[in-house]
Design a binder for this molecule. Structure first.
Ligand code: LLP
Length: 433
């Protein structure tokens, strides 16, 4: 991670680089995104609410396409609904899906199947059959069992897929262990060092049931050290050179800034690093990538309402909001840090440090451990957490039967509800009594 030496104090106003591109302050001091006042959105749609800046999303997609060219895929696990699938497709990206469910949503959005890359470390035969029947553009093979399944399906008449093989370069990315995937000890891919990658590649080349077009690797997510990405590329370039395949997929993983003193490379800077490293290694294959977080994270802001403010004398103040773990599990899962601001006074200093917690029945239901807030925060205030566009909504849950929030896209002064709020009746949809 690149720390800013001139670290902006956490207690000043929320810095602009954590807000969506179109964030602007109106004459009342309110924050608007996409030309729409966040307080008006909270009023109209209620809270919690995910708000996405549509132009910001489009700009990041264009940056990725400009940097990598055709073939760059959006990793839909970061945030998926039909609106984002359509948007990334309109902007020229392919889409990576990792399960039958993601495949279903992307197809329902009308994305042409040949623009879909199908990932997953445990694709079952039915999932693969669905993907083959749909005619997905690429399948990224992750195990010998998967090769068996594809061969059996093709023998039974399924389409012959174009495939990549996922390899594990044996490089540990500096990120949380749960999202580090490039080390030898990984459930993903075939190890280069162990010879498993070579064996799988030779088997697939010899197989008439699939057409091998490339090699894929992905060393992890929220990675700031571009050196580990370059190191992985060296290993994979060396491994794949003898096979002279058309494509080399470098996965995703570039980190984003979540809090005040973090800075991160842009998609373009990341792409330049990868492309230069590949050139210097003499890689002939076409480079493709799969950014997720860097496309959607800072496009999104979550709005909550402060419901209970409890000051424990000599200890701390807890500010409880109407969402929590169910709409942002990242603090609890990875110890991820976020920040806070009040949309009604976005330029105000935030001298008080409180603990922002949710409404779930667990002490671990913390959204922001050290949340900076203005000193006039009151019950009923709308409080926002920026940079919540990735792995928030997509990892959402109904724990405690809390209803999952809606999603609004804003652009040019217009708000568009793209996912409605769940209702209590939705909670009974699959309940057969
Ligand atoms: N390609 C593959 C094969 C992946 O497994 C992933 C992420 C990506 C691309 C996209 O990576 P990104 O550009 O978004 O870093 N839930 C975790 C992140 C899990 C990432 C899983 N794979 C979190 O909230 O940090």
């Amino acid at each position: 991670m690149i720390r800013d030496d001139l670290a902006l104090t956490r207690q000043g106003p929320v810095p602009h680089h954590l807000l969506p591109d179109s964030a602007a302050v109106d004459e009342r001091g309110h924050l608007s995104v996409g030309g729409v006042d966040l307080l008006a959105l909270a009023e109209q749609y209620g809270t919690p609410l995910f708000v996405y800046d549509e132009e910001h999303l489009r700009t990041r997609c264009r940056e990725a396409v400009a940097a990598f060219g055709d073939g760059v895929a959006y990793a839909s696990k970061a945030f998926l609904c039909t609106a984002i699938a359509k948007l990334v497709h309109e902007e020229g990206m392919h889409i990576d899906v990792a399960t039958r469910g993601e495949l279903h949503v992307v197809l329902a959005a009308g994305v042409p199947p040949d623009r879909i890359v199908f990932h997953g470390n445990n694709k079952d035969a039915d999932e693969i059959a669905e993907a083959l029947a749909a005619g997905v553009g690429r399948i990224v093979i992750d195990s010998q069992d998967e090769i068996d399944r594809i061969e059996a399906l093709v023998r039974a008449g399924a389409n012959i897929p174009r495939v990549l093989i996922r390899v594990t370069p044996g490089v540990k990315a500096e990120t949380h262990d749960f999202i580090s995937t490039g080390q030898d000890d990984s459930k993903f891919g075939f190890g280069v060092r162990s010879g498993m990658a070579k064996a799988a590649t030779e088997r697939v080349i010899a197989s008439t049931a699939m057409d091998l077009v490339g090699i894929h690797y992905h060393i992890g997510s929220q990675v700031f050290r571009v050196e580990s990405m370059a190191e992985a590329l060296r290993v994979v370039a060396d491994f794949s050179a003898p096979y002279q395949l058309a494509e080399l997929s470098v996965g995703g993983g570039i980190g984003v800034a979540y809090v005040e003193d973090e800075r991160t490379p842009s998609i373009a800077a990341w792409a330049s690093m990868v492309i230069e490293a590949a050139d210097s290694l003499g890689v002939d294959a076409k480079l493709v990538a799969e950014p997720g977080r860097s496309i959607v994270a800072s496009a999104g802001v979550t709005l909550y309402t402060a419901g209970t403010i409890k000051t424990l004398p000599g200890i701390r103040t807890y500010v409880a909001v109407d969402g929590g773990y169910g709409d942002n599990a990242r603090p609890q899962l990875y110890g991820s840090d976020y920040t806070t601001f009040l949309p009604r006074c976005v330029e105000a200093d935030r001298p008080n440090i409180v603990r922002l917690v949710g409404k779930h029945c667990e002490s671990g239901d913390v959204l922001v451990m050290e949340a900076p807030v203005p000193d006039d925060l009151v019950v009923g205030d709308v409080i926002a957490t920026p940079v919540t566009g990735a792995y928030g909504h997509s990892m959402g849950s109904n724990y405690n039967k809390v209803l999952r929030p809606p999603v609004v896209f804003v652009s040019n002064g217009v708000a568009r509800l793209v996912v409605r709020r769940e209702t209590t009746d939705d909670l009974l949809l699959t309940d057969l009594g």
